[in-house]
Design a protein around this ligand. Structure first.
Ligand code: ATP
Length: 424
């Protein structure tokens, strides 16, 4: 079996990232059987391709053993010769514990990865079937039911890669066992307090009534293909009618007449998620209302975005009201700071500066010549750097005008909307 699984892993990686592989990829390894098997598979694979692996474990501190488990992964990585990082997180006791941990994990890995775009996760065919059932129980639509994709670009520029989606959990655990890899079993995987664990327990029962796990996984894959086809149609419309100017998207007024409603919804859903840097799109009813409004010439706001007609084009940008409260003072000697998920601010030293949205008071402080050519409503939501009440720099101005402080939106280079649209 190990040989077969190595070949399947290599084929999956070739299909997802080939033919020219990135020089570096990150691997999220919890210490569980699936991700420890993935570590070995990736290790064997990189030997053939010369790709550098960077392994990361998030110690959630939710169980007393978590630090030792992270250490176990560190030791295995040392044996295999790959760099390993432990990121620590502590739950503040609010919200759903596992959900909060998952979100924090992605956020921490995103902040840690630096220039590495691809992060490999060890989700299996069993996870695919379980997730499908969970989403079905919640009455999800196409996006929810086809949620687990082998390749998923996030608005932040991080791309999640799931090369083990075609493999069963039992196969991966067997692989890890045969190769004598240590791994741990997280007891929360079987704790009926969690919905995923309940679905996991339900699957064998369903199987006896003719609902094969494989069929559920296949249905999820069929829906994924439908979703990909819809994304491709939306991308085609975008390529014909759309334009991106950093964080601002716009569409030629003819776009709506050429596009059926399902594709209009798809395109706007993706645009809202992209501009707001949101993990999920808006709910169906408000999205439908927005689509009918903007396709008949009206403006609107939804999901942290503002949609206005500017010079005849439907223009989509960050809504000021959604970022007006985001304000933080940098308290260490950092050269970079992140703002509103999609912006990076760089300066020789940001210590003591405050980062917030420009707002009307910031706009009023911009020299008149700097305001020319800027759009007031768009600019209000821009990140800006302040010293007390004094505006020092803001996005939309040149680095020289900003005294060497630079603002970079992830749409400027790292991940364009066109790319996001095809792989979200
Ligand atoms: N604490 C963690 N640190 C790093 N990566 C993690 C962590 N927890 C989960 N992951 C990554 O996310 C994937 C899916 O997470 P999930 O919680 O569903 O994993 P799991 O079923 O416990 O899997 P595994 O057996 O691989 O740990 C894992 O396969 C792994 O790649």
């Amino acid at each position: 079996m190990p040989v077969t699984l190595d070949k399947r892993f290599a084929d999956a990686m070739g299909g997802l990232l080939g033919p020219s592989f990135p020089s570096d990829v990150a691997l999220a390894v919890s210490g569980g059987g699936d991700s420890m098997a993935m570590l070995l598979l990736a290790h064997n694979w990189t030997r053939a391709w010369g790709v550098r692996l960077h392994v990361v474990t998030v110690d959630h501190g939710l169980r007393p053993e978590s630090a030792a488990e992270a250490q176990m992964v560190a030791e295995e990585c040392a044996l295999l010769g790959h760099p390993h990082t432990i990121l620590r997180w502590r739950w503040d006791g609010t919200g759903n514990k596992l959900d909060a941990a998952r979100r924090a994990r992605l956020r921490l890995i995103d902040a840690w990865r630096g220039q590495i775009a691809h992060v490999l996760l060890a989700h299996t065919r069993d996870d695919l079937a379980e997730t499908f059932l969970m989403r079905l129980a919640r009455g999800a639509g196409l996006d929810g039911l086809s949620a687990m994709q082998p390749l998923r670009a996030l608005a932040s520029g991080m791309t999640l890669v799931r090369p083990c989606l075609g493999m069963a959990r039992a196969e991966l655990r067997h692989y890890a066992t045969v190769l004598k890899s240590p791994f741990v079993d997280d007891p929360s995987n079987d704790d009926p307090a969690y919905v995923r664990a309940r679905m996991r327990a339900l699957l064998p029962l369903l199987q006896t009534h003719g609902f094969a796990r494989e069929t559920l996984a296949e249905t999820a894959e069929h829906l994924r293909a439908e979703r990909a086809a819809l994304n491709a149609r939306a991308a085609d419309i975008w390529n014909r009618f759309g334009a991106q100017d950093g964080p601002v998207l716009s569409l030629h007024p003819d776009w709506a007449a050429q596009t059926e409603v399902a594709t209009q919804r798809r395109l706007l859903n993706a645009a809202l998620r992209y501009v707001a840097g949101a993990e999920y799109g808006p709910r169906a009813a408000p999205l439908d209302a927005l689509v009918s409004r903007v396709t008949s010439g009206g403006a609107g706001t939804l999901h942290g975005c503002d949609l206005q007609f500017v010079n005849g084009r439907l223009t989509i940008f960050r809504e000021y009201a959604s970022v007006a409260q985001m304000c933080g003072t940098v308290d260490d000697t950092s050269e970079t700071a992140n703002w509103d998920t999609s912006w990076t601010v760089k300066a020789p030293d940001l210590k003591g500066f405050t980062l917030r949205a420009l707002g009307q008071d910031g706009w009023d402080q911009l020299p008149r010549e700097h305001r020319e050519g800027l759009r007031h409503r768009v600019a209000l939501a821009w990140p800006s750097v302040w010293q007390g009440d004094h505006l020092t720099a803001c996005a939309g101005l040149t680095d020289a005008e900003n005294h060497g402080i630079s603002f970079r939106h992830r749409g400027q280079g790292e991940i364009s909307f066109a790319r996001f649209l095809l792989s979200h």
